[in-house]
Design a protein around this ligand. Structure first.
Ligand code: G3H
Ligand code: 13P
Ligand code: ZN
Length: 325
């Protein structure tokens, strides 16, 4: 039996991206794998009136159980009606690595999938992406493809160094695959260690020149940025203050994300920031209230911090707040 996302009250990315492109903002794409993260994302997006993409990686789907996840997304749609004015919710597979995984998600309530063939030779990336698009579009599910490889870990695909997207390839790729959006590599990277900088050292700029060239060749086409956590310094400091061992690190400056959101970038991915904020909050509670052993007493405050963080990003970075009328 297959389950359509439409029966779950979810939407694909088509209208979201059209509106984001016209309005000069980006749709937040937040990863989740547990209840508190999902509650926080939904609460923050309803409070700020922001459309949102709920992202699930292959690993997250295995961790949470695929069936439970589908019902969690359905639950999120119902929960929105109770806490305020519902916002458009998309359930998206992050870094799909095979046709079979994408098909399984499409058949089980996802409204959007990413097929990440970025590490494959170009022609193989085209063929795999097209195969996913052909199946997805039969079900009105939208597809994100990727060209160029980000430094760091791309889910189970690891890449030591960036291979920036070659703007000369983008028109051919989009035309031949039929993808609905394209993730590009312009200097962002996955995980908490994006830039190793000494205090006072300036971070390198993202390659806005590549972004500009890509959008010139694909006018009005939605571009996606992965690896866009900003790595809040207060959270890194708090983790280390309460027994953690993180090295000095920096994320993508909010200013640069703001600039990207105003351009053809319609979707910005954030996972690591949520992990850092959650861990910082829980570590502090474990250290300062050692007799506490009710998970609600540390997961609850972590959820509150997440709500603040997502709302802040929607309002001050992505510009997606207040877009749901
Ligand atoms: O880009 C990858 C996401 O941060 C998901 O990470 O595979 O550890 O769930 P994960
Ligand atoms: P971060 O690791 O920067 O949060 O990136 C997340 C991401 O790109 C998910 O696909
Ligand atoms: Zn990613």
């Amino acid at each position: 039996m297959t389950v359509s996302y439409k029966d779950l009250g979810l939407v694909n990315t088509r209208q979201m991206f059209k509106d984001a492109m016209a309005g000069g903002y980006a749709i937040p794409a937040y990863n989740f794998n547990n209840m508190e993260q999902l509650q926080a994302i939904v609460t923050a997006c309803v409070q700020t009136g922001s459309p949102v993409i709920l992202q699930v990686s292959k690993g997250a789907r295995q961790y949470a159980n695929a069936t439970l996840l589908r019902w969690m997304a359905r639950g999120a749609v119902e929960m929105m009606k109770e806490i305020g004015k519902p916002v458009p919710l998309c359930l998206h597979l992050d870094h799909g690595d095979s046709f079979e995984l994408c098909k399984d998600c499409i058949d089980n309530g996802f409204s959007s999938v990413m097929i990440d063939g970025s590490h494959l030779p170009y022609e193989e990336n085209v063929a795999l992406t097209k195969k996913v698009v052909d199946y997805a579009h039969q079900h009105d599910v939208t597809v994100e493809g990727e060209l160029g490889v980000l430094a760091g870990i791309e889910d189970e695909v690891s890449a030591e160094h960036h291979t920036y997207t070659d703007p000369a390839q983008v028109e051919d790729f989009v035309k031949r695959t039929g993808v609905d959006s394209l993730a590009i590599s312009i200097g962002t990277s996955h995980g908490a260690y994006k830039f190793k900088v000494k205090p006072g050292e300036k971070l390198p700029e993202l390659r806005f020149d590549i972004l500009e060239e890509v959008s010139k060749r694909l006018p009005g086409f939605p571009i996606v940025l992965h690896g866009s956590s900003s790595v809040p310094q207060w959270a890194v400091k708090q983790i280390n203050e309460y027994g953690g061992k993180l090295e000095d690190t920096a994320g993508i400056p909010e200013e640069q994300l703001r600039k990207a959101a105003k351009s053809a970038v319609c979707k910005i991915n954030v996972d690591s920031d949520g992990r850092l904020v959650m861990t910082a909050t829980i570590r502090k509670i474990f250290a300062t209230k050692p007799s506490e052993f009710d998970p609600r007493k540390y997961l609850g405050p972590a959820r509150e911090e997440l709500i603040k963080m997502y709302a802040e990003k929607n309002e001050n970075v992505f510009g997606s707040a207040g877009r749901v009328k």
